[in-house]
Design a protein around this ligand. Structure first.
Ligand code: CU
Length: 731
């Protein structure tokens, strides 16, 4: 949340005072030294979990000076002379592919339990204690499923760590396609060249560097993603927010649960976790098993295609990966623990020239067989806030949703991007904590939406503004800059005005958003496209009228229907500091009670190989929730009871659904190919952490899986297991 630019000076002083008063409490709470329950007893927080106004602790609640919720003093743009559109937008940093054989130690099917001496700075550790080098839960249930069948050939290796300069930046394109940025110059972690370098424990990212990372994979090429935890052993070294334990979710992966970044399968500093990403099409074991369908295919590296099993209608394109630490995801993702991942296939090859009857030839480039990035640009949008010293700040006591007053693209404050007079594809990710975006071009001209979340739509949709882009949603948009002349510019504009993190207050008109009159500093132009030249080669890219049709479900029976209501006023039935969260938010299954998250509670157990229909409902009208269902993308059947209410841009497959205030969505999913424990949750990560998340699992597809699955309990000395604390009736 932010303090309005028009706030009085007294109000700003009050907010700054409140920030100082609460520093000690923030510190103790962020280290886990005091709990919400303790603070409730002391009268320091409200039942909703927010800091009380008492003692001037909370700048976010009403005070004598203001009639609207307010927040931190504005981020210090003027103090540092930071102006919009004065820095180039960096392309994401392409992670190097390594040969699988170069990893040391060699990855293993079961977790590697080789012991190491533990750092006594870790919580619960005394000198001389040992623990496993890999943090993955041990044993057969957490072994990589179908490991021998999908033995990785490619590896990515990262270390999640504190901010440091980037000396190996690889934008994946020549600097003429990266707004002139010289990748050889060392890049410190800065949101703008005029702003201070971020402290080592203020920003944490994969490899500790910016830009954040881009991983490029292709179907049929199994990957081993080794994630080292290089965060401080001392839990107190977090500069007020962020948790040093982590688990990495490849968002909307169709992978075994041991590789899904389960929220309770987190690991500790100086451990690693091997994630195995097979990259198979959903239906791999049941559909097109002889791999005869040309559209179910992957680039072979030399202009041709390799056919693969599975349903080509399940081909995915635009993913991201991010921290999923139980109760601390919002802090860790806000700190920078996120990146994007493009999946290439025969259909979506990332080469616009190859004309083989399969390739859709979407804007990308022509130099490489697949994965050209010249005209295929990842945009990670996120709102941030800085303190008076220009360091990133976050409010861990805000349970409605955290709003920043600064909009960044690829972690750069309001940058510009040089473009050619031709078509571009933008893979736009909302990587904010709680803010929704609604996007438009500053001249109101057309854009073509080709994908929603990880999935190309059945048909492109021409729009002049997007729907709300909820947190974690991705919209792939094609913009044709050939309608502009060299020297012109056009801006991308956010029309969605917030005053709290609960939902969008209102959608502004383009003129209103550009007027500068909104009390929300997050609306208005945030990215400037500068048309700098004609393309050297003619634009041969296309946006075909047919992209990827939906999988056909008519022959697949519905094994079960379930209803999940997302709401406030939830209870916690489990008293466990590791597995159970608290907060105002929760999920009600069927006609049960509204429950806070606990990863030791099994809320649903869909059968392996089945299809179900889930109704996901918003329990209230005063907020919105973007709900993410893990594992396999689903289809939207109805909105508010009717298929006709599903807009054209939601008629493909999706993995995040905005419920809308008081709204309801009916979705259908299949549960096939892999097993284990997964999640669904609100992707307003502040709601997720407080505690709108539940565990569900597929556990009846054969050994070693048992029904229900034992809960992993991670400790530095090793992960232990215990039976679930609760299995809901009808789960
Ligand atoms: Cu929510």
């Amino acid at each position: 949340m932010y303090l309005s630019r028009t706030a009085s000076r007294a109000r700003l002083r009050e907010a700054e005072q409140a920030r100082r008063n609460r520093l000690e409490i923030v510190r103790e709470f962020s280290h886990g030294r005091i709990t919400r329950r303790d603070m409730l007893k002391l009268g320091l927080i409200t039942a909703g979990g927010a800091l009380a106004w008492k003692h001037g602790l909370n700048p976010f609640v009403r005070s004598v000076y203001a009639s609207v919720p307010t927040g931190f003093p504005p981020s210090p743009l003027a103090k540092f002379g930071v102006l919009p559109f004065t820095q180039p937008m960096p392309r994401l940093d392409v992670l190097p592919r390594k040969a699988f054989s170069t990893l040391t130690p060699t990855p293993t099917k079961d977790a590697n339990t080789t012991q190491q001496l533990l750092d006594p700075a870790l919580e619960g550790v005394v000198a001389g204690d040992t623990g496993p080098i890999e943090g993955r839960p041990p044993g057969p249930i957490w072994a990589h499923q179908r490991w021998e069948e999908f033995l990785p050939t490619v590896a990515y290796e990262v270390t999640t760590q504190g901010a440091r300069s980037n000396t190996t930046y690889n934008p994946g394109v020549a600097s003429s396609f990266n707004s002139g940025i010289n990748p050889k110059l060392s890049r410190p972690v800065q949101f703008h060249p005029n702003l201070p370098v971020q402290d080592v424990n203020t920003v944490w990212t994969f490899n500790g560097t910016v830009p954040q990372k881009l991983i490029q994979v292709r179907y049929g090429e199994p990957v081993l993603f080794r994630d080292h935890n290089g965060l401080p052993a001392d839990i107190r070294q977090n500069n007020g927010f962020g948790r040093h334990t982590t688990t990495t979710h490849e968002h909307n992966a169709h992978h075994g649960a041991e590789n899904d970044g389960f929220t309770g399968a987190f690991f500790f500093p100086n451990q690693f976790y091997d994630y195995h990403w097979p990259w198979v099409l959903a239906g791999h074991f049941t559909i097109n098993t002889a791999a005869t369908e040309p559209k179910a295919s992957t680039p072979n590296g030399s202009g041709g295609l390799t056919r693969i099993p599975g349903d080509f209608r399940e081909t995915m394109s635009s993913h991201w990966f991010h921290d999923h630490m139980f109760s601390h995801t919002s802090e860790n993702v806000y700190k920078g623990m996120a990146g994007m991942l493009n999946i290439y296939s025969g259909l979506d090859r990332g080469n616009e020239a190859i004309n083989d009857g399969v390739n859709l030839r979407l804007p990308s480039g022509t130099l490489k067989d697949f994965g050209n990035l010249e005209y295929d640009v990842n945009l990670m949008l996120a709102d941030k806030a800085w303190d008076a010293a220009g360091q990133l700040v976050f409010d861990i006591f805000n349970t409605d949703g955290f709003l920043g007053d600064i909009i960044t693209v690829n972690l750069a404050y309001k940058p510009f991007l040089q473009v050619e007079r031709r078509k571009y594809r933008f893979r736009i990710l909302n990587a904010a904590s709680s803010r929704f975006f609604k996007l438009s071009l500053s001249d109101g001209s057309q854009m073509i939406q080709i994908a929603n979340d990880g999935n190309l739509l059945p048909a492109p949709v021409t729009i002049t503004q997007t729907d709300h882009l909820g947190i974690a949603e991705r919209y792939d948009i094609v913009i044709d800059f050939s309608r502009y002349s060299v020297g012109q510019s056009v801006q991308m504009v956010n029309l969605a005005e917030h005053s709290t993190g609960r939902e969008v207050d209102k959608d502004l008109t383009l003129a209103e958003a550009l007027s500068g009159n909104s009390p929300d500093p997050g609306v208005g132009a945030f990215l400037e496209f500068r048309i700098v030249r004609d393309p050297a080669q003619p634009d041969v890219s296309q946006v075909p009228a047919t992209l990827i049709p939906n999988p056909v479900l008519s022959q697949i029976p519905v094994a079960a229907t379930r209803t999940f209501e997302f709401g406030r006023g939830a209870n916690q039935t489990i008293n466990d500091p590791i597995t159970a969260g608290t907060g105002p938010w929760g999920i009600k299954f069927n006609n049960g009670s509204m429950l806070n998250a606990a990863f030791s509670r099994v809320s649903s157990q869909p059968g392996f190989g089945t299809r179900e229909v889930w109704t996901i409902r918003n329990g209230g009208g005063g907020w919105d929730h973007p709900i993410h269902i893990h594992f396999e993308e689903g289809q939207t059947l109805t909105r508010d009871g009717s298929a006709a209410n599903v807009p054209p841009w939601e008629r493909g497959r999706k993995d995040v659904w905005r419920l809308h205030p008081g709204g309801e969505v009916q979705v259908t999913h299949q549960f096939r190919d892999f097993q284990g424990m997964f999640m669904q949750h609100c992707h307003n990560t502040v709601h997720e952490d407080h505690a709108m998340l539940m565990r569900w699992e597929i556990n009846n597809g054969g050994t070693p899986f048992v029904r229900p699955l034992p809960t992993p309990i991670p400790r530095p000395q090793g992960v232990t297991f215990r039976d679930p604390d609760e299995v809901l009736a009808g789960a």
